[in-house]
Design a protein around this ligand. Sequence first.
Ligand SMILES: Nc1ncnc2c1ncn2[C@@H]1O[C@H](COP(=O)(O)OP(=O)(O)OP(=O)(O)O)[C@@H](O)[C@H]1O
Length: 827
Amino acid sequence: MWDSSIVHQQEDGLIALRFEGVIGSPMVCGICVRKAQNIPVTQGSQEYLKCNNCAAEIEVSSAQMKLVRTKATDKYEKKIQELTTQCQLKTHECHEAWMSLTAANEQLEKVRMELDNKIFRTRTLALEWGKMCGSIGTWDAAMSNLQEKIKIMQKEHAHLSHEAHACVEHWCEDLKVKYSEEQAKRKELYNQIQDTKGNIRVFCRCRPLSKEETSAGFAQVVDFGAAKDGDLGILTVYVFADALPLVTSVLDGYNVCFFAYGQTGTGKTFTMEGTDQNRGVNYRTLEELFQIAEERSDSFTYNISVSVLEVYNEQIRDFLSTSFASKRLEIKQSAEGFHHVPGIVEAQVENIKEVWNVLQIGSNSRVVGSNNVNEHSSRSHCMLCIMVKSKNLMTGECTKSKLWLVDLAGSERLAKTDAQGERLKEAQNINKSLSALGDVVYALATKSSHIPYRNSKLTHLLQDSLGGDSKTLMFVQISPSERDLSETLSSLNFATRVRGVELGPAKRQVDTSELQKMKTMLEKARQESRSKDESLRKLEECLQNLESKAKCRDQVYKTQQEKIKELEGQLELKTSMHNQSEKQVSQLSDRLKGKEEIYAALQLKVNELEAKLKERQQSDSACYQQKVKDLENKLKEKVQESESNSLALQLKIKELERKLKGQEENPESIFLQLKIKELEDRLKEQEQQLQCALARDFAVAIVTSPSEGKRRREDKSMNEAEPHILRSSNSTSRCPLSRGSKQPRVSDAVHETRRKRYSRSGETENNTSLAEKRARKSDPPKVARGVKIAKPGSIAAQGQGPLAHKRVINRVQAVMERDNTKKIWSR
Ligand SMILES: Nc1ncnc2c1ncn2[C@@H]1O[C@H](COP(=O)(O)OP(=O)(O)OP(=O)(O)O)[C@@H](O)[C@H]1O
């Protein structure tokens, strides 16, 4: 390497050499032309910076420029670092956002799964609820049915109990009341009977004188004034008043007989039948009978029937029968002792009107069957039989009684009438029946053991109503005329006999058949009652079972209701949780949307950065390729230069070795050795610098791995604003990365060069001598410049005289001073 002060290029392209400070004739043994090394100290190359304020160009040295660039590089490296950190932070945030999004999605999925499960459970619960409602409805229906049955049974039970109690209480109360009433009536009747001295009363009624009698001049012989003494009662106003209590007796179950006795024309029919204006005993009695029956309808039921018949010539004729002419009626006695006429018509009547109609029918039949009604009626016993069947609704007692209303035939004497034939027979039969009646009365009065009831049809028919077990009322009809005096006295005598009859207490005609029936019914009722009691007991047991079942079902129902409440609570809880989950889902959805927006923005940014990095990478790769080529060329040149230098240095070393041998004991040589060592160190440093620079360039050119692509793209995008700075920083920062891969190649090339050089000089590595070491350390150009003074052909190199030696020392000192000056500048 030639100093610029002595080597310069002329305008015509020739290189001129100028030797300064050289005495004698320097010999040029070889010229090596190469590009000057960029050494700041020796070269002193200048560069220009542009001021940011005034845009003026400022001249700075390359070292300063390097320092400035290094500072800028550091600054931009820091910026890059910051941007890298920010980018990493953003990437981290993106990653976190993505992770959060993923977690949110997972949470959302979990919430959706939970929601689906809850909806499923809710539906399952709804189905269970529906089933439970259905079963509860069935149970309710069964329960209501059972409750209805229980209610019906309870009602029946209550009704039966009420009936039983009512029967007992009402029966007792009514019995007491009615017993007291009956007692009072009985007492009254008893008093009346006692007053009349028996059960046969005799009312004597005397009609007034008729017009005929009056016109004929008959006087009235009946002394009504004498009747006031009590021996003869004549009722001129109202005969029936005292007969009413006997009507009550008929309804009480006693047999009663009203009959009218007396001479023909004395008013028997008038008394018994009466007229429309003046009703007779029959009508009044029946009227009273139905009235009392109506009054007793709440405690008694009465079955009243009417028969209308007559006894004529000892024959019984039924006026209600449509074929009475051919029908012969007989009197029979039933097993119970009652006397009745089998086949006789018994017309059922409900009221007095029906009775009156029946009586009219009988009266009409009487008219049809007789040519002379008046005569016929006078010679027959017209008999009206009212049969009363009663039932006490409280006691169930039944009675069967009869009321005879008899209009007797006239009792005139036969001698008086001088009857013959049929008329006589009629009169005899009338007398027979009336005599039989008298005999019966006599027998009753004399308390005879035999009562001749069967002596006539009349007494036979009236057997149940004449005598000790019955009550009898006789109306004695007399004529006030003196013409009928004897008949009147006869009738009064008869009445006196009848009145003298003292009958015992009347006997109620209890219907034993009814009693038997009632006993049967009672037994049946008892059996029914027992069966009902049994069924009632079963019903009670069933009721108890049902009640226990109802209690169990109530318990089940309560349990189900509690379960339903619990399920409803769970459902409400689930619903609230569901609502909360929906809210969370909506919140997470909102957050997810936000994250997605951020992610999209970041993705766009990443795409933009990737595109920029790609562009930059493309541009950088071309630049780096060019740079690598340049560096390769430079390396080749340096290798060549090094080889030439090594040759020159070998020569110099040989020369120096020769000189060294000569000056081994010279102190200057020691100094030179030290100096050589120092130069070797500095050469080493420069070599290292060179290797570093080469490795850096190689790394930039070669090391662009795919793994670093992304980071480089990011760096590129971040440093795109200042590309020249980024390139410089990359070469600097990535030097250590490339050192491992490329540096060995450079050092190998250098060592290979050296190895060739040593082999050329005939020396081996194993026989490394001090001279060889020196030769290896003499590579740096500065040493070469120092050695250049002692190059072949120079006086010092030839070892000629002390002056040359002095010059060498001076030269070495100058070199040392210059190196010192460089160190100071470098610092
Ligand atoms: N109390 C009286 N007041 C007014 N007139 C009476 C009374 N009693 C009877 N007579 C009249 O006497 C007449 C005879 O009466 P009634 O025919 O009733 O007698 P009798 O006893 O029934 O007769 P016979 O036995 O023939 O049937 C009738 O014209 C009747 O109107």
